[in-house]
Structures are given as structure tokens and as C-alpha cells.
Ligand binder design. Structure first.
Ligand code: KIV
Ligand code: ZN
Length: 512
């Protein structure tokens, strides 16, 4: 019988640490539901002690998700661990993931602790956590750059204290596949009680090898858990990408001989949801989920695929959720058809009020756009005005004027804590004028570090999806807005970014 490979998704924790990728509680809950549909084994829902917002998000996910294990990260101290246990109380299956750095560099320069002190703290924390929850994961941060002798002693000690999963992070993405695989293998061979824990890999993508390193950790090292994120989201160059690692193990089962729980048909919906929520656009040539991943442009390839698919295709597009860019609904579609399509897309809105709001928005969109694609529906339900989460700023309406040779001018109506306000400005172009009109009233002082527009379904009739990245007092957030009118989409994205700046004030960094 084949072993099982556990898929541990950390999109909502490590992924969210990516500058600008912060998500609200409702957004995280929506993604967690999609991860459950995908049959992810473990969802790392956040870092409960890092902020009240993170605590509430972990708690909400722990209360809502029944099929996947819900995990919270925590530093190796009693306060963080107690906070994690508290947030996880409602979970059907709870895991605490505690970590402390073990490399000489991190211990000396960052923690300012001796190796003996780190050893004591690691043991004490796992002992403390084990009294609260049975499922304990321990990570030696910067494990791959740690002294192997010291690492062996720490890992043996924490397994004795009751750690059930040992994760070996390549925190800075320094590893090379063969070396990382052998590193895990050596640890497992040298540590006398290594068979009492499941071994896990956690690789960052700084040298573009996170997926390759993770797979080597599995194949050479014998790891049976992979930590990964949807679209490879994560700090700097990101984490190991879930869709790539899953499809590699599945497509090359002849080589890996491992079973997976994952229901791959939900991969694409998860990828789109994460991209639309965070504003991190998926590159067209990205494996598995990129727009071109299954597109055959050259004549020779097209001819081959038409004669026999497997001449150029190693996976079936429909197995990961691609269906031919379907026109799903139109102007005449009713509420039930809309609700059913939401279900097929794996979207569950929290209440009938949210379904009604989404349906009204859908009708408005169908009046302006004859063909409504799945992407349009996903963008529509990601819109903050559809969910019941109370936001400080909300879009109401926009008027803008632009003519060759004249200075563009915009007048916008939006809400601040439910009260309508009006503001006007001119600018270099209609988008500039609209955002200046908002900013002249709000006076956030935030600096715009990125503005991008993407056509959701590829034609000029498509909705424009705008991402705005704002930076203020060391915090970076992305706001996303979608509308057939890209000026309106821009205003929505700006207001969404302002909402996020408001809600993420007091965060502690996981690797600080
Ligand atoms: O990359 C890393 O070291 C981490 C740990 C907190 C597990 O994310
Ligand atoms: Zn990490």
C-alpha cells in the first residue's frame, strides 16, 4: 500500500505574510472553505497571537471547518501557545505549530540566545503545548542552515516531549534539491526516535526551487507532509506552490508512489480566489493555473493535440478545474440558477442577505455585459460590498469627465462608516482624478506603490480588475476592485486598500 502525503496549506499564514497580501477575516474564511473543498489535510489559519484580527480569523475558521485540521502558528512561548489553543477551541481537529530559530546566525543575531537556552525553550514549549492539544508540530526556524548536530539534539528532545510532526524549514530558500533531500534523510537516520513523528518540508522559493526542494525532501528524505500555498503565495519569492507539488505527485505517481487526499478539480477555483482576494495576479505561463498552462499556440502542437491529446498534454485541464471559458449566465438568469452556479464554483456566502446582494450586483452587471463568465462571478463575490463584513469605506457612485486637451475631473460619492460623503478633484487622467478625490477627503497619507489593471475575461467587454498597493507607516496592503468601468474599479480598489490599512494596525511578525 502507498504512503499518504499530507498537504499542509499555509496560504492564510505564511502566504499572508507577503507584503500586501493581508486578508480580512471574511476573506480568510472564504478561502478556508475553498481549501476544505479541495480536501487539504491541514489548514494553517494564521498566527493567533500576532494580532486580535488574526486571533478572530483563526477562531472563525476553527469553528467553521470540519474536514481539515486547523492549525495556528505560535512562537515558542507560553503566551503565544495559550492564545493559539484558545483560538482553536472550536476546531474538530486542532494543531499547534510552534517554532524557534536554531541556526547559529538566528540564535546569536536575532534571538540573542545561547544554544542551551534555545534547547530549553523548545522543550518547554512543546511540553506546554502538549498539555493543551494532542497534535503538535515543531519547526526549527532556519533549520536547513542549522548545525546538524545541534539540530539532531533539539529535534530528538522535542519528539520526546510529544511533538507529533517535525517540520524542517528552508526559511530563506537557500537549499538545492539533492542537498535538502539528503539533509532530511540524515536527520531521520541519526535521530533515534525519528519514527515517532511525521516529517515535513517547508521550502521558500528565493532561488526558484521551492517545489523541487519539497519533492526531494519527500522522495530522498522520506518526508510525508509538504507545506505549501495556493499560487506559491508568500514572503519574498513565495512558498512551495500547492498546485504544482500536488500535480507533480499525482501525474508522476509512477515515481513517487504516494496517495493524496486532494480533490484536484477545485484547484483552479482556489487559485482564482486567492489571486482575486490578494490582488496577486497569476502569471500566464504559471504551471497548472496560468492562463496559458493548457493553451497550445503552435500549429504542430495543436495538430498533435487534436489527433491525440497525450502527444503534448501530461495532465488533463479539466482535472484541475479548467472548463472551456464557459458563458454561465446572462440577463435572464434567475436567482436559483445564480445560486446553483455559486455552488458549482465552490462559493458559499454566509447568509441569504449576502446571496441577495450578490444577485443584485450580478443583475446590474448582466445589464451592462451580455456574457457573464465564471471569473466575473468570482470577482463579484470577492467584492467587499457583497459580504456582511463591516468596512469603514464603501463605494457609492462616480462621475468623471475626460476629453482630449482638457484636464480630466472626477466627482465621487462614497461612505465613511455608513455616512455618504462627496468629493471632487482633477488629475492627470480619470483614474488619477478619482483617486485624488478620495484621498483629498480621507487624507490617509498613504503612498501608492503599485497600480495594475487586468482584464478578467480577456476582451474589451470584460470587467477590469484593478489592484492598488498602498504603504503607510511600514504597513503594505493590496486593495482589489472589479467593474466593467476601470475608473470605478480603480476607486473600489483604492477604498478596499484603505479598509485594509485600517484593519491591520497591530501585527507581530512571525519571523521577527
Ligand atoms: O519559513 C519558516 O521558517 C516559517 C516557520 C515559521 C515555520 O515559516
Ligand atoms: Zn515560511
Amino acid at each position: 500500500m502507498a504512503d499518504k502525503l499530507i498537504i499542509f496549506d499555509t496560504t492564510l499564514r505564511d502566504g499572508e505574510q507577503s507584503p500586501g497580501a493581508s486578508m480580512t477575516k471574511d476573506e480568510k474564511l472564504r478561502i478556508a472553505r475553498q481549501l476544505e473543498r479541495l480536501k487539504v489535510d491541514v489548514i494553517e489559519a494564521g498566527f493567533a497571537a500576532s494580532s486580535n484580527g488574526d486571533f478572530e480569523a483563526v477562531q472563525a475558521i476553527a469553528n467553521a471547518i470540519r474536514e481539515s485540521t486547523i492549525c495556528s502558528l505560535s512562537r515558542a512561548n507560553d503566551r503565544d501557545i495559550s492564545r493559539a489553543a484558545e483560538a482553536l477551541k472550536g476546531a474538530a481537529n486542532a494543531r499547534i505549530h510552534t517554532f524557534i530559530a536554531t541556526s547559529a546566525l538566528h540564535m546569536e543575531k536575532k534571538l540573542r540566545m545561547t544554544p542551551d537556552q534555545v534547547m530549553e525553550q523548545a522543550k518547554q514549549s512543546v511540553r506546554f503545548a502538549r498539555n493543551l492539544v494532542a497534535d503538535i508540530e515543531f519547526s526549527p526556524e532556519d533549520g536547513y542552515r542549522s548545525d546538524p548536530d545541534f539540530l539532531c539534539r533539539v529535534l530528538e528532545a522535542v519528539i520526546n516531549e510529544g511533538a507529533t510532526t517535525i517540520n524542517v524549514p528552508d526559511t530563506v530558500g537557500y537549499a538545492i534539491p539533492e542537498l535538502y533531500g539528503n539533509f532530511i534523510k540524515t536527520l531521520r537516520e541519526r535521530i533515534p526516535n525519528s519514527d515517532k513523528a511525521i516529517w515535513s518540508v517547508h521550502c521558500h522559493n528565493d532561488l526558484g526551487m521551492a517545489v523541487a526542494n519539497s519533492l526531494a525532501g519527500v522522495k530522498i528524505g522520506g518526508a510525508r507532509q509538504v507545506e505549501c500555498t495556493i499560487n506559491g503565495l508568500g514572503e519574498r519569492a513565495g512558498n512551495c506552490s500547492l498546485e504544482e507539488v500536488v500535480m507533480a505527485v499525482k501525474t508522476r505517481r509512477d515515481y513517487f508512489n504516494l496517495d493524496l487526499n486532494i480533490d484536484t478539480q477545485h484547484i483552479l477555483a482556489a487559485s482564482r480566489m486567492v489571486s482575486q482576494t490578494t490582488g496577486f495576479v497569476v502569471q500566464p505561463n504559471k504551471a497548472v493555473v496560468g492562463a496559458n498552462a493548457f493553451a497550445h499556440a503552435s500549429g504542430i502542437h495543436q495538430d498533435g493535440v487534436l489527433k491525440a491529446r497525450d502527444t503534448y498534454e501530461i495532465m488533463r485541464a479539466e482535472d484541475v478545474g479548467w472548463s472551456a471559458n464557459k458563458i454561465v449566465l446572462g440577463k435572464l438568469s434567475g436567482r436559483n440558477a445564480f445560486k446553483q452556479r455559486l455552488q458549482e464554483l465552490g462559493v458559499s456566502l454566509d447568509s441569504e442577505t449576502e446571496v441577495n446582494t450578490a444577485f443584485t450586483r450580478f443583475k446590474e452587471l448582466a445589464d451592462r455585459k451580455s456574457e457573464i463568465f465564471d471569473e466575473d462571478i468570482l470577482a463579484l463575490v470577492s467584492d467587499e460590498s457583497v459580504t456582511s463584513e463591516k468596512e469603514q469605506y464603501g463605494f457609492v457612485s462616480l462621475f468623471q469627465q475626460s476629453e482630449t486637451g482638457e484636464q480630466p475631473r472626477a466627482r465621487i460619492v462614497f461612505t465613511i462608516d455608513g455616512q455618504e460623503v462627496r468629493s471632487e478633484s482633477d488629475g492627470n487622467g480619470p483614474v488619477d482624478a478619482s483617486l485624488k478625490a478620495i484621498e483629498s477627503h480621507v487624507k490617509s497619507g498613504a503612498e501608492m506603490v503599485l497600480y495594475s489593471v487586468n482584464a478578467i475575461s480577456g476582451s474589451t467587454e470584460s470587467q477590469g480588475e484593478v489592484t492598488v498597493r498602498l504603504q503607510n507607516s511600514g504597513r503594505v496592503v493590496n486593495g482589489v476592485g472589479a467593474d466593467p468601468d476601470i475608473v470605478v474599479a480603480s476607486a473600489k480598489a483604492y477604498l478596499s486598500a484603505l479598509n485594509k490599512l485600517q484593519s491591520k494596525a497591530d501585527r507581530v511578525a512571525a519571523q521577527g
